[in-house]
Design a protein around this ligand. Structure first.
Ligand code: ADP
Ligand code: MG
Length: 226
């Protein structure tokens, strides 16, 4: 589904963020990308969204060469990807319900679809009772659940989560990981970039370890060892 071939990314500042990285991720995998801050995790996700271009190498998404995709196919590819950030990026003037509905509107869903699907998604994230609250009235963990809801609203094939537990306490972090696992079990590929050892080690799923922009380990049922 996702394939990186000998990817090197050197930023203009001459920083080598990734060096000769190759890996494949299959459909319906749950993969954690781990490593210290600065090891290249965010860069890897940005390349996958083509927010950045590699200096060398090629990237395929569902068989399509991402670096050669035109604007139309690039937006189709991006539509198949849901993104979750550390800082949620919710719209403060919209309620939980409206944040999710708005994401659906953008992808062209009809008001009928939105009316029937938002409650379903609120149920998946177990936040039905907070549907009409604004982000500032919600806890950090609840905000992150809404941002995950928004990411799955257009039924993407893959979720990229960049440090989704970065602002959360250990208890809420576990909740978020449980939610990602649930979404994975419903059939979505998950790529989780994190420097949080505890959550990765409990997952017992594939772990790709980055160190200074290189893959130093790629293990099934891996552990975070650095
Ligand atoms: P991580 O997400 O693992 O913390 P990043 O991918 O953000 O790592 O960063 C990898 C390296 O690339 C770091 O040394 C960082 O300073 C550098 N870097 C990231 N983004 C840029 C940028 N836009 N311009 C220059 N250097 C960058
Ligand atoms: Mg990062």
């Amino acid at each position: 589904m996702i394939s990186f071939h000998s990817i090197t990314k050197i930023y203009l500042s001459d920083v080598i963020a990734l060096e000769n990285i190759s890996f494949n991720i299959s459909q319906k995998e749950f993969v954690s990308i781990v490593g210290r801050s600065g090891s290249g995790k965010t860069t890897l996700l940005k390349l996958l969204l083509r927010e950045e271009r590699p200096t060398e190498g090629s990237i395929f998404f569902e068989g399509e060469n991402l670096l050669e995709a035109g604007n139309k196919s690039l937006s189709e590819i991006r539509r198949r990807i849901g993104v979750v950030f550390q800082d949620y990026k919710l719209l403060d003037d919209k309620t939980a319900y409206e944040n999710i509905a708005y994401a659906m509107e953008i992808t062209g869903k009809s008001p009928e679809e939105i009316n029937s699907e938002v409650p379903e998604i609120l149920e998946i994230i177990e936040l039905t009772d907070r549907a009409n609250n604004f982000p500032k009235e919600l806890s950090e963990g609840e905000c992150q659940r809404i941002s995950i809801a928004r990411a799955i609203a257009h039924r993407p094939d893959v979720i990229l989560a960049d440090e989704p537990t970065g602002n959360l306490d250990p208890y809420c972090s576990q909740d978020i990981v449980r939610l990602l696992l649930k979404i994975y079990e419903l059939g979505t590929t998950i790529v989780l970039a994190t420097h949080d050892k505890n959550i990765v080690n409990k997952l017992k799923k594939r772990v790709i370890t980055l160190e200074n922009g290189k893959i130093i380990r790629d293990q099934e049922k891996g552990k975070f060892v650095l």
